[in-house]
Design a protein around this ligand. Structure first.
Ligand SMILES: *Cc1c(COP(=O)(O)O)cnc(C)c1O
Length: 349
């Protein structure tokens, strides 16, 4: 079998939720952000496991993800939609009991006209300039919205992964300014905000990446292990090259193993010649370019060629790959290919 195996430790996922929950006071609720197919790991086992761990509120990016999540979790848990109420969403929102986070006066009007009695939240822009109502917009519609009882007032931090960044305090001040005293539950903290401390917790936190083992949650339990089969091994003479573009040349005799995964599986081509795979604890350098379906790895120093090598695991997490590729762990996770066999361990599947 040449199919790479992506092992997903659902017990580690649950422990990460519990650990992030323990950063905030007992009265603060910890939700879970499960957009993008549970950050690439599989929405159904991820959401079921987090619900069993104690999460009662879930956040998705778009209504269609919320629909899928409702079918997975059944009635009960609250499902919020960050993109709010878009044209064509009313049936999904009503039919699957989703809570849109309304981002603009236009969305608010659309929601109140289509579903006047249906729950909603409000997303406020405190400086990121991505989603949400600006303070002036909110001031203009707050009187209209507040009597209808928004479930949640939320904002999002642009620089929460940099604790010393002045933007954090600036956004917090703006958020407080436009929401203090309203008596509505509030949320500004994703993973980074949870770690910034209690001022940022309000009534609800909504971490994503930390659940899945990524930075900035440094103490996260590793959730993923990616094990890739060796298809073939060959001996190289000095001066022989490997792969497209001949970007790596052997200086001494070398043994190169060819593995069955590539950039079509989300192993970014930018990683070419820049990382190692692991045989247990022994690093084996990636040689030459990542191709669509194949990797070439130096196993010269191993006594025996293993059947598989690990690209992700306890030895090397998503952030090591991210740093090597000039990106973030979020992109490594959400790029994890559809071609892998996802093997779930523990949790609630
Ligand atoms: C993705 C997202 C989150 C979760 O962020 P993490 O950094 O993954 O914890 C929270 N809130 C909003 C608005 C998001 O888009």
């Amino acid at each position: 079998m040449a199919q790479a195996q992506l092992f997903i430790d659902l017990d580690a996922l649950a422990r990460n939720w519990t650990a992030l929950d323990s950063f905030s006071a007992a009265g603060v609720e910890t939700a879970a952000t499960v957009k993008a197919n549970g950050y690439g790991l599989g929405i159904a086992p991820v959401a079921r496991t987090l619900a069993a761990a104690g999460a009662r509120k879930f956040f998705t990016a778009i209504a269609e993800e919320g629909v899928m999540l409702r079918d997975i979790l059944g009635p009960g848990p609250e499902i919020f939609v960050y993109s709010g109420h878009m044209p064509g969403d009313a049936g999904l929102i009503a039919g699957k009991d989703l809570v849109p986070m309304l981002n603009s006066v236009e969305q608010l009007t659309r929601h109140f006209e289509a579903l006047p009695d249906h729950p909603f939240g409000i997303q406020l822009d405190s400086g990121m300039n991505r989603l949400g109502m600006e303070p002036a917009e909110w001031a203009a519609v707050a009187e209209l919205a507040l009597p209808r009882g928004p479930r949640l007032l939320q904002s999002h931090l642009a620089c929460a992964d940099e604790p010393d960044h002045p933007m954090n305090a600036r956004q917090l001040a703006i958020f407080r300014d436009v929401t203090d005293g309203l008596g509505i539950p509030r949320s500004i903290a994703a993973t980074g905000g949870v770690l910034l401390g209690p001022e940022y917790h309000f009534e609800l936190t909504r971490p994503g990446i930390g659940l899945y083992g990524g930075a900035p949650f440094a103490q996260a339990n590793p959730v993923t292990r990616l094990s890739i089969p060796v298809i073939q091994t060959r001996e190289l003479e000095p001066e022989e090259a490997v792969g497209y573009g001949c970007t790596w040349t052997a200086e001494a005799p070398a043994r190169i193993a060819t593995l069955a995964a590539g950039y079509a599986d989300g192993i970014l081509r930018a990683l070419s010649n820049r990382i190692a795979l692991y045989s247990d604890d022994t690093p084996c350098p990636l040689r030459g370019r990542v191709s669509m379906d194949l990797l070439t790895v130096d196993v010269s120093h191993l006594d025996e060629v293993p059947e598989t090598l690990d690209l992700l695991g306890p030895q090397q997490g998503v952030d090591v790959l991210a740093d090597a590729a000039g990106t973030i762990g979020y992109e490594i996770l959400t790029a994890l290919g559809a071609r892998y066999a996802r093997q779930y361990m523990g949790g609630t599947q």
